[in-house]
Structure formats: structure tokens, C-alpha cells
Ligand binder design. Structure first.
Ligand SMILES: Nc1nc2c(c(=O)[nH]1)N[C@H]1C(S)=C(S)[C@@H](COP(=O)(O)O)O[C@H]1N2
Ligand SMILES: [Mo]
Length: 315
């Protein structure tokens, strides 16, 4: 299963142990993700598509803290080396941190991070995470529903999308070789109904600990049914718009990345297959691949958002 939820009210105020995070009361949003807990013994499997495990045998062992925090995409800290963000992101200053909420809403405001987060709404949730580069992890995030932050802003009836921006400060963010066509900052966006879905999470931590800089401190988005690049890091701005907002990757390479970017094994990337994914696990000698699931396994929860849409066109 993909969605294990623990409310802040269930979390003892003392430090959370790994047991608390994993072996907690399980609550399933929607019921039927249908993924058993059976371990998949993939050790020794060759790195080929034919060795992919089917959905039923995909285990849910969370990826280690070590792997989640040293294998990152955070282009502001290095555009190709997955280990660069862990090495270089210590220069990011996350205190104080301001988030601007603006655009088509009744309650635009500049928030200090502490005021943006309501501690009583913080939960731990274990989600699948699928990068467009066909690797995946299972990540125990800590955060609160994006829907809460949206409701508080009271979007106008004319607001159809919400756009997000990452901090851009070249003093703190050393990457200068790669400049996106759209320019910095990194930008993302969601249709408002997608953003209001209870699975969409504003994240402040992982593995029961404060979010490290390389994972998007102090506040990042997680949209578990979409490719990882939608999950924008180190957010400083949230803007309600009438029109679909321009986003970094869809502007960079429109033939390869769309606005929706829903995980979809039936729609390949022009340069590679999206049918399977490599499970990131540095403790294994050999890579293991598993089948990629439609909407990353969250179809029962979110497929209704795309009813009647041609997902080959709106990829
Ligand atoms: N600001 C910003 N957000 C970003 C990125 C980035 O380069 N800059 N990379 C995206 C991509 S491609 C992925 S896969 C995820 C990686 O998140 P993780 O490093 O926490 O696994 O962050 C996404 N959010
Ligand atoms: Mo990604």
C-alpha cells in the first residue's frame, strides 16, 4: 500500500522512532490500491524490463534516509550529479522563510513559515515517488494537505490553477551552467481541483525528521500520482491564476514534458519507456525494476480528475 497516514495527534511529542512511522495505524484513502505487503525478492535480478515485478508483489519498504537524502534532483544545486544537492545545499538559508500567497484570491498574504504551517494538521504519510527518469522510491513524508493552505486563501471563482515558485538566489544556489529556457525560479503548477485533492501534500519533513535542504527545505510540494518534477521544492510563492501557468519542464522541452505529467506506463517519454522503474536502493548489488502503475498506483483515488481527457494528448 501506498498511503499510510498518521495524524500529528497520534504522534507522541517525544522524538518519533522509525517504528512509530512505519508500524502505525493504517488508514487507506479509498480502499483498493491492492498492493500486498509481500516482500519481493528481487536480489540478483538483471536490470531488464522483463524482470519487473507485477503490482501485486511490489513491497512497500520505505527507501532509506541515506538514499532519499543523497540521490536528489535539485537543479539549483547541480544539474546532472544526483549527489550534488546533498553536498552543496548547505548554503540554502531556510530561516527566516517567507511564502507569498497572491493572485486570484480573497486573502492574499505574506506568511512567515511558522504561520503558514498549522502544527495540528501535520501527518506522516508513506507515498510512492516516481521520477520521470524511471526510478522510484517509497518515501515517508511529513506534512499537511495542500488543500488547507488553498482554502485559507479563499480562491476566487475565476481561479482555475495554482502556480508555485521556488526561491531563486544565485548567492545561495550555485548552479549557473544550466539556465532553464523559462529562466529561474523553478516553476510548477496544478489545476485547482488537482491541488485540492487530499493526497496533495505540503511537506516539511521525511522519515519523521525535519526536511533536509537537498529535499526542498523548508517547504515543498508532493503530488504522488505525478512525475517527481511536479513536486516543487523550497517554495516561496503560491499564485492563483485563471490560465494554465507556464512550468519549468514543460517550457524547457514541450515535446517531452507536459503540464499534467501524470505517471502513466502507457505513454512513453519520447526517449525512453515509462513501463517500468528502477527501485533506488543502494544496499543492493543489483538494480531491481518493477512495473510502473497507472497514476503511480493512486488511480482509485485520482483517476476521476481526468475523466474524459485524452491522457496521450494531455500528458
Ligand atoms: N526547485 C526544484 N524543485 C524540484 C526539482 C528541481 O530541480 N528544483 N527537481 C524535481 C525532480 S525532477 C524530482 S524527481 C524531485 C526530487 O525530489 P527529491 O530530491 O526529494 O527526491 O524534485 C522535484 N522538484
Ligand atoms: Mo524527476
Amino acid at each position: 500500500m501506498i498511503i499510510k497516514i498518521k495524524k500529528k495527534s497520534d504522534i507522541p511529542s517525544s522524538e518519533i522512532t522509525p517504528e512509530d512511522v512505519y508500524i502505525n495505524r493504517r488508514k487507506f484513502l479509498g480502499a483498493s490500491a491492492g498492493i500486498g505487503a509481500a516482500a519481493f525478492l528481487g536480489c540478483g535480478a538483471a536490470d531488464t524490463d522483463s524482470d519487473a515485478a507485477d503490482a501485486e508483489s511490489q513491497d512497500l519498504e520505505p527507501t532509506s534516509w541515506e538514499d532519499i537524502t543523497t540521490y536528489n534532483n535539485f537543479y539549483e544545486f547541480g544539474a546532472s550529479d544526483k549527489e550534488a544537492p546533498a553536498r552543496r545545499s548547505h548554503t540554502l538559508v531556510t530561516k527566516p522563510w517567507t511564502i507569498k500567497v497572491d493572485g486570484l484570491c480573497a486573502k492574499p498574504a505574506d506568511y512567515q513559515l511558522e504561520d503558514f504551517i498549522k502544527p495540528s494538521t501535520i501527518e506522516d504519510r508513506v507515498y510512492r515517488f516516481r521520477c520521470v527518469e524511471a526510478w522510484s522510491m517509497v518515501i515517508p513524508w511529513r506534512g499537511f494537505p495542500l488543500a488547507d493552505a488553498i482554502a485559507r486563501a479563499e480562491p476566487d471563482p475565476g481561479a482555475k490553477y495554482v502556480a508555485f515558485e521556488t526561491l531563486w538566489d544565485p548567492e545561495q544556489m550555485p548552479e549557473r551552467r544550466w539556465k532553464p529556457r523559462i529562466g529561474w525560479p523553478y516553476r510548477e503548477g496544478l489545476r485547482l481541483d488537482e491541488a485540492m485533492h487530499p493526497l496533495a501534500l505540503m511537506v516539511t519533513g521525511l522519515h519523521g525528521r525535519t526536511l533536509p535542504n537537498q529535499n526542498g527545505a523548508p517547504l515543498r510540494l508532493i503530488v504522488p500520482w505525478k512525475y517527481g518534477f511536479k513536486s516543487i521544492k523550497s517554495i516561496v510563492r503560491m499564485t492563483f491564476t485563471e490560465d494554465e501557468p507556464p512550468t519549468t519542464w514543460a517550457t524547457q522541452s514541450p515535446a517531452e514534458y507536459g503540464f499534467y505529467s501524470n505517471v502513466n506506463p502507457n505513454v512513453n517519454h519520447p526517449r525512453w519507456s515509462q513501463e517500468t522503474e528502477r527501485v533506488v536502493d543502494s544496499s543492493r548489488l543489483f538494480n531491481r525494476r518493477i512495473d510502473t502503475l497507472f497514476l503511480n498506483g493512486y488511480a482509485d483515488e485520482v483517476a476521476h480528475l481526468y475523466e474524459g481527457m485524452d491522457l496521450r494528448k494531455y500528458f
